[in-house]
Ligand binder design. Structure first.
Ligand code: NAP
Length: 507
């Protein structure tokens, strides 16, 4: 079983022990990052394993490898030797592991470690990128038979993660630790088991004086509470969400809570990606069973489908992938999630006699326009790129236009309901304080919906509300579409009685 290792990066041993005590219930082992200690504290590390009361990795990470040690190699080796000195017959009082870099060849250290049962983790770090020769590295790094190989390389793209995953799969029997560092590789940490890796390194993000030890780490508490790391085995069904950016997604919280309450052996994790092509290869490699697809891949994913629902066919956007024996099936749950939410808000059964302006013509807008048309509305589509609005409008014979003040007269004819579907105003986006309809003054009688749910009140919704409009954000739609997704993923109706117990969270 893969282990959780809590990295300790505080400046003093006392503080590291406090942090360890606070989070020890989540961790199996801990790593003392000696390079992060104050210089005088580094001399006192020998008793740390005994004080820690769990297996400890001794690491003195160099600056070039992402650590804080800037002294000479002699001093660094001396620190490691100090950690191994006066070894005790009771091995629990010794460091359980010593991390030595690939290019460090000090036989006396290796001998001392071997004599007292300290295992060597032979590590290679590249904080800039992912090397092309990873497989050869994994196969050639070991200096002696008992060493654990550790490869920690920066993923600058999903292709880099794929490269590491494939290299690991080529040597299944080798005991190793494989980490794709950085944002794109975070799931390589959560899926430690699936990457054929032995240890997941984490930090305690709430402790400000002990910053995360490496980019892309997952908080130790989140790893256990949200992702149920210790329950992930080779038999665990893996689901997830892909898109870019994904920082603000609440879906892991939703699905993992339901899986936990239902005692389902399944996990749902974020797969941020810069390439839907490479992500689909990752999905196949990892054996994903279902995927939520979000901005900006809802249209780009369609060529990867082996079959699709009528809705995807008509809408031209897919937000749900389900693995079937015949390959990937695409569905769209945004459509029913949207109409269910807005109709409930308006206490209506359809949109007959409603004149509606839709802002945006992306994947979400496609589902919105499809539903508005199906349920009887007359629609105007406005988009920054007017040609995309025209393309979306054509099959439904909607009115369309650009996104500027020249369209105000048209909006005035289509303003029973105004629906914002662009990503403008989304927290963490490049335009998170922006209002895509800033040129239009609300008269106060419009019903206004923004599909964005984080923040709950976008600049556009706030302005509409101040003008007297009824406003609705995308939160309820999100929950509704997630329930449909759950049914697609598991083949079971969503257990409605659980809804009250699910904390969807602000994000
Ligand atoms: P998408 O396919 O990438 O479409 C993005 C849309 O935003 C396009 O119309 C694009 O216009 C427009 N846009 C982007 N930047 C803009 C800017 N600076 N100024 C004006 N328009 C801009 O994305 P999507 O999948 O439709 O998602 C859009 C939003 O809906 C996201 O915020 C997403 O979180 C939200 N959403 C919410 C739910 C929910 O359940 N609540 C469901 C689905 C989507 P161009 O065509 O000119 O590029």
């Amino acid at each position: 079983m893969a282990k959780i290792c809590l990295c300790l990066t505080a400046k003093t041993l006392k503080r590291n022990l406090e942090i360890l005590d606070k989070y020890r219930k989540y961790a199996d082992i801990t790593e003392l990052r000696v390079d992060c200690l104050e210089p005088n504290e580094r001399l006192l590390i020998r008793r740390f394993p005994e004080q820690a009361g769990m297996p400890v990795i001794l690491t003195v990470r160099r600056h070039i490898d992402g650590g804080q040690f800037v002294g000479g190699e002699g001093v660094r080796v001396n620190l490691m030797a100090r950690g191994l000195a006066f070894a005790e017959t009771d091995r629990r009082r010794n460091f359980a592991y010593l991390d030595i870099e690939d290019d460090l060849d000090i036989p006396s250290l290796e001998e001392a470690a071997g004599t007292f049962g300290t295992r060597i983790i032979r590590s290679y770090h590249n904080s800039q990128g992912t090397d092309s020769n990873l497989l050869a590295k994994i196969r050639s790094m070991r200096h002696s038979g008992d060493e654990i190989i550790k490869i920690a390389v920066r993923a600058n793209s999903t292709k880099d993660v794929l490269h590491l995953l494939k290299a690991g799969r080529e040597c299944p029997d080798q005991e190793k630790i494989l980490i794709s560092m950085g944002h794109y590789g975070t799931y390589s940490r959560i899926l430690t088991e699936q990457f054929g890796s032995a240890i997941c390194y984490t930090s305690a993000f709430a402790e400000e004086d002990a910053p995360p030890a490496a980019p892309g780490q997952v908080d130790v508490e989140e790893l256990s509470k949200l992702f149920h790391f210790h329950n992930i085995t080779k038999n665990t069904k893996i689901y997830g969400i892909t898109g870019n950016p994904l920082r603000m997604t609440s879906s892991p919280n939703f699905f993992n809570t339901v899986f936990e309450l239902e005692a389902t052996n399944a996990i749902y994790i974020p797969f941020p990606t810069d390439s839907i092509i490479d992500f689909m290869e990752i999905a196949n490699y990892l054996g994903l069973e279902g995927v939520s697809v979000t901005i900006p891949y809802k249209e780009a994913v369609i060529p990867f489908l082996n079959s699709m629902t009528d809705e995807v066919q008509s809408i031209g956007a897919c937000n749900t992938l389900i693995l079937t024996p015949q390959g990937w099936k695409g569905a769209n749950t945004d459509a029913r999630g949207f109409s269910g939410s807005l109709l409930a808000f308006l206490s209506r059964e359809n949109f007959k006699r409603q004149r509606v302006t839709v802002i945006g013509a992306g994947g979400a807008a496609r589902a919105v326009v499809y539903e508005l048309h199906r349920l009887g509305a007359k629609v105007l589509i406005l988009n920054r790129s007017p040609q995309k609005a025209a393309l979306l409008a054509a099959p439904y014979k909607c009115a369309w236009g650009g996104l500027d003040e020249r369209e105000i007269p048209k909006i005035e004819k289509y303003r029973d309901i105004i629906i914002q579907t662009t990503s403008v105003g989304m927290e963490g986006g490049s335009l998170d304080m922006a209002d895509p309809l800033a040129f239009y003054n609300f008269c106060g009688r419009e019903e206004v919906m923004d599909l964005i749910y984080n923040p709950r009140m976008t600049p556009l919704l706030r302005r509409a509300s101040n003008a007297g409009c009824n406003v609705l954000n995308g939160y309820d739609m999100l929950i509704r579409q997630a329930q449909y997704q759950y049914a697609y993923f598991t083949g079971k109706e969503f257990p409605g009685h659980l809804l009250a117990r699910i904390q969807y969270g602000e994000n």
